[in-house]
Write a protein that binds this ligand. Structure first.
Ligand SMILES: [Zn+2]
Ligand SMILES: [Zn+2]
Length: 130
């Protein structure tokens, strides 16, 4: 794999950041001023190489994260904030999947999307004041 400066810079950020990032967030964190098309091209490249994985939520924004991590997140579709969940259901789920499907689980990623504490409160407030 040819490592350009842009690729090195991008990977560094993903390795230091434990939350998924979209291309725009990444461009703001990058010290160098790469244009978005360079960023997208390199994100696609890393995805093809299975170094990064991506996920698209119902708001159609694509997020990337390193494929070596173990991720549990909630994602707020309003303010676009990720929060980590520290509880792992792996053993329980594994047993269930193994029993039902006779499938050997190797890894998992878990996401929930919805509204965070602040956005939920703001919505309730807005509804009450309509
Ligand atoms: Zn929110
Ligand atoms: Zn887990």
């Amino acid at each position: 794999m040819r490592m350009t400066k842009a690729r090195r810079d991008i990977l560094k950020i993903f390795n230091e950041n434990d939350k998924p990032l979209n291309a725009e967030q990444l461009s703001k964190i990058l010290e160098e001023d790469y244009d978005l098309s360079t960023i997208y091209r390199n994100l696609n490249f890393f995805e093809e190489q299975a170094i990064l994985r991506s996920i698209v939520f119902s708001d159609k924004i694509k997020y990337y994260f390193t494929s070596k991590g173990h991720y549990h997140f909630v994602y707020c579709t309003k303010c676009k904030k990720f929060q980590k969940i520290n509880k792992c259901f792996e053993e329980e789920f594994k047993k269930h999947i193994n029993k039902k499907l006779d499938f050997e689980v190797k890894s998992h990623t878990l996401y929930f999307e919805g509204l965070c504490h602040d956005c939920k409160n703001r919505r309730d407030y807005d509804e009450a004041n309509d």
